[in-house]
Ligand binder design. Structure first.
Ligand SMILES: [Zn+2]
Length: 261
C-alpha cells in the first residue's frame, strides 16, 4: 500500500515535528531527503528500506507502535481535522500524496544509509518469515543440536528476520509448542524437520501475516493471543489453560502451559 503510493514519486517537502524518535534523526535529514525520488521500497525484518535517487537509502524501523499513513488531500481544501501529536514526520510527494509517520510510543527509528549491508542491524539477517525461502526445512536446519530454549532461538535474527519478542510468544502459541522446549526437538539429529517444525513455520507466518494487516491499519492493542495476557484464559477453543508469564534470556514470554507442549 505504502509502496504503491510512493514509488517513483519525488519528495518535495519534509517536516520533522520533533528532533528524534528512539534516536535523533541523522544530520541534515530534511535536506538529504528533499528533491529526491523514491525508487523502491523493500522490507527486511522489521525494517523498511526506501531507495532514493540520491544513492542513499532511507531506513525505517517501525518500533512497537510506528505506522505510515498516506493521504491525498484535495488541493482546494485544507485538512479540517486537528493535527495528531503523534504525527512526527510528514512528507509531501510530487504525486500529491502526503506520507505521515505516526508513532505514539516513539520506539521507531529513521536513518539514512549508503547500502543495505552498511547498517549493523541488517548484516547477517536470516530469511524473511513471509518469504517462500523460509519454511520448516530452514527452521529445522537452524535448530539442529541447539540446546537453547526454542523461544530464545526464535529471537535470533540470523535464524529468521523480524520475529520480535511479541511474535515469538504468539507464534509458539499458534503452533501449540512450549517456549521452554529445547530448540533441537523440532529437528531430527540429521537436521530434517519434525512435525513441530512444520507447525512452527506455519505459526510464524500466520501471526506475522496478521501483524502486517494490523499495522497497515493502526496499532490495536488487545489483538494478541497470549502476549501481555497473563492470568487470562487461553484463547484456544476447548483449552482450559491460563496464560502464564515467564522470563527467558531476560525477556518476558507468555504461553499456555496446557496446550503448548
Ligand atoms: Zn491453551
Amino acid at each position: 500500500m505504502l509502496e504503491r503510493a510512493t514509488r517513483g514519486a519525488r519528495i518535495v517537502r519534509v517536516e520533522l515535528r520533533r528532533p528524534d524518535l528512539r534516536r535523533p534523526f541523522p544530520p541534515d535529514f530534511v535536506s538529504r531527503l528533499t528533491g529526491h525520488t523514491i525508487q523502491s521500497i523493500d522490507r527486511r525484518g522489521k525494517y523498511l528500506l526506501a531507495a532514493l535517487s540520491s544513492g542513499e537509502t532511507l531506513l525505517v524501523h517501525l518500533g512497537m507502535s510506528g505506522a505510515f499513513r498516506t493521504e491525498r488531500p484535495r488541493s482546494s481544501t485544507r485538512r479540517s481535522h486537528p493535527a495528531d501529536p503523534h504525527d512526527h514526520v510528514v512528507m509531501a510527494l510530487s504525486s500529491g500524496v502526503i506520507v505521515t509517520f505516526n508513532d505514539p510510543r516513539r520506539f521507531g527509528l529513521m536513518d539514512l544509509i549508503r547500502a543495505n549491508d552498511q547498517h549493523e542491524a541488517l548484516r547477517g539477517m536470516g530469511p524473511e518469515p513471509l518469504a517462500e525461502t523460509f519454511d520448516a526445512m530452514v527452521l529445522a536446519r537452524a535448530c539442529v543440536r541447539k540446546r537453547v530454549a526454542l523461544k530464545v532461538l526464535l529471537l535470533d535474527q540470523r535464524l529468521v528476520a523480524g520475529v520480535g519478542n511479541i511474535y515469538a510468544s504468539e507464534a509458539l502459541h499458534h503452533a501449540g509448542l512450549s517456549p521452554r522446549r529445547r530448540a533441537s526437538t523440532v529437528a531430527t539429529p540429521a537436521g530434517a524437520p519434525r512435525e513441530a517444525a512444520f507447525k512452527l513455520a506455519a505459526g510464524i507466518k500466520a501471526v506475522l501475516r496478521k501483524a502486517v494487516v494490523a499495522n497497515a491499519r493502526t496499532y490495536e492493542s488487545g489483538r494478541f493471543r497470549v502476549y501481555e495476557r497473563e492470568g487470562k484464559p487461553c484463547p484456544r477453543t476447548h483449552c482450559t489453560g491460563t496464560i502464564r508469564r515467564i522470563t527467558q534470556a531476560g525477556r518476558s514470554t507468555y504461553y499456555c502451559p496446557v496446550c503448548q507442549r
